[in-house]
Design a protein around this ligand. Structure first.
Ligand code: SF4
Ligand code: SF4
Length: 457
């Protein structure tokens, strides 16, 4: 771990194992967020988060206004859905997301006067936020939780867990520390980075509000040391508040929750455990900005910032987009694909999903698109495992990836369970280092699905 020391926290600022893939962030890191125009239609899958799908509460033919609730999250672990445009509800449809899930969706055709999307973005980036330290005590903890729930906010870092569940006060599991995740360790993606640079006040305000909801004594925003500008902006915004900024060593997958807790607090989360078991709640920087906007400006979650990057897109960008816009429109907005574009990935190259159907919509959990060229994906032939152990050295969860992958390949879910396949965070480090080019993480994902099916039988 070298000489890296974390100032003011018990952790070392890093974690054992992990890898250092080229980050390729320079392609889009300096691209200020652009606002996408209102699209002609949006498609809103009823499940855009971990948990139970929301229930459609509008009928086809009905007219809806901007921000109107169109799907209600009725279960505790569910999130409501709001119209990102004004328009008419079309006939119900099904959509297939890049991860292969096929879901019921509400389609809305734009109609009538629209709120200019620039205005919606201004509410996030707004330079005249009430001073963070002055405003957050105006809100009672339970009111903050209820508002987050009513606004349909989910974790925007990728996992899309409903945020109200994370910040709900809980007598049995007290939360000491709210950690705000600004690591964005996936190569290529820079949407969180841009938000930290362009809207630090909203992030700090959201962190104070969420920290108040969960009664955290400490609030810490965690950023890797390869983002000095973001660190400077956050430190400025957090001055004279209780929010601290922890500068962590750049290493993949530093943004994984368990590794963040280890790096900052020096605490181990046991196998099968959650950050809450260590008294920690973790939420992403963009989620915090959305929380601030929802509570202070009274606007539900309808838009998010995504990155579109890679050498296979003509103009890499960071874009503020309405949820439900098609990925094809997003690609068009970036000037289209280059002639040598070869692979489209939803998310980043380490944890994302390759897909080809650009009619899929942006969802609340979409962090962006990475588009690689033929050169970058030159297909290396898969060979046999040479038992070099590199995957074991790279695995930040101390697993034996080759054994997990073999158990999955030979459809032995019981064995996969014994090897703790569920502890795998699907970071892709093992696949990245494997000299035999085995797609270990893909096999491990299949192994997890086999184990779930086997346990349900
Ligand atoms: S086994 Fe899972 S956690 Fe370990 S390196 Fe591979 S993908 Fe990451
Ligand atoms: S890195 Fe690849 S070749 Fe080496 S032990 Fe792991 S699976 Fe086998």
């Amino acid at each position: 771990m070298g000489l890296f020391r974390l100032k003011g926290f018990p952790g070392t600022g890093s974690f054992p194992h992990g890898i250092h893939p080229p980050d390729n962030k320079a392609l889009s890191a300096n691209m200020a967020v652009e606002v996408m125009e209102t699209p002609g239609t949006v498609t809103l899958p009823l499940l855009q988060h971990l948990g139970v799908p929301c229930k459609q509460i509008v009928k086809s033919g009905e007219t809806v206004s901007y921000g109107q609730m169109v799907g209600k999250g009725e279960a505790f672990v569910s999130a409501s859905l709001h119209a990102p445009i004004a328009g008419k509800v079309k006939r119900n449809i099904k959509v297939t997301l890049p991860n292969g899930r096929r879901l019921d969706a509400i389609a809305i055709q734009a109609e009538g006067e629209q709120i200019p999307p620039e205005r919606i973005w201004e509410d996030v980036r707004f330079t005249q936020w009430p001073r963070p330290k002055d405003c957050f005590t105006d809100y009672e903890p339970m009111d903050i939780v209820k508002k987050i729930q009513a606004s349909g906010i989910v974790g925007l870092g990728g996992a899309a867990f409903p945020t109200h569940v994370k910040v709900m006060p809980n007598d049995t599991r007290m939360i000491d520390t709210l950690m705000v995740n600004g690591c964005e360790c996936e190569p290529y993606l820079t949407c969180d980075y841009r938000l930290m640079v362009e809207a630090p006040e909203a992030i700090v305000t959201g962190a104070l509000l969420a920290g108040r909801a969960v009664s955290a004594r400490e609030i810490v925003i965690c950023v890797e040391d390869n983002k000095p500008e973001a660190i400077r902006h956050l430190q400025d915004a957090a001055r004279k508040t209780v929010v601290q900024v922890a500068v962590l060593k750049t290493k993949y997958p530093q943004g994984s929750e368990k590794h963040l807790v280890k790096a900052v607090l020096g605490l181990e989360i046991p196998l099968g455990g959650l950050p809450a078991d260590a008294g920690v709640a973790i939420s992403n920087v963009q989620t915090m900005a959305t929380v601030a906007r929802s509570i202070i400006k009274d606007i539900p979650m309808t838009h998010r910032v995504i990155s579109v990057s890679g050498r296979g897109i003509c103009n890499p960008k960071n874009i503020f987009v309405p949820i439900g816009v098609s990925l094809a429109q997003v690609v068009d907005f970036c000037g289209g694909l280059t002639p040598d574009a070869a692979r489209i990935i939803s998310g980043g190259p380490m944890m994302g999903f390759s897909f080809s159907d650009l009619s899929a919509p942006v969802t609340k959990g979409s962090s962006g698109l990475t588009i690689l060229t033929h050169d970058e994906v030159r297909k290396a032939e898969e060979t046999h495992c040479v038992r070099c152990g590199r995957c074991v050295d790279a695995c930040p969860m101390n697993l034996v990836p080759t054994k997990l992958a073999l158990a999955a390949r030979y459809k032995n879910p019981e064995l996969a369970g014994q090897y703790h396949i569920r502890a795998c965070v699907e970071c892709g480090s093992c696949s990245y280092v494997c000299p035999a080019k085995l797609n270990l993480v893909q096999l491990i994902r299949e192994g997890k699905a086999q184990l779930n099916a086997w346990e349900r039988r």
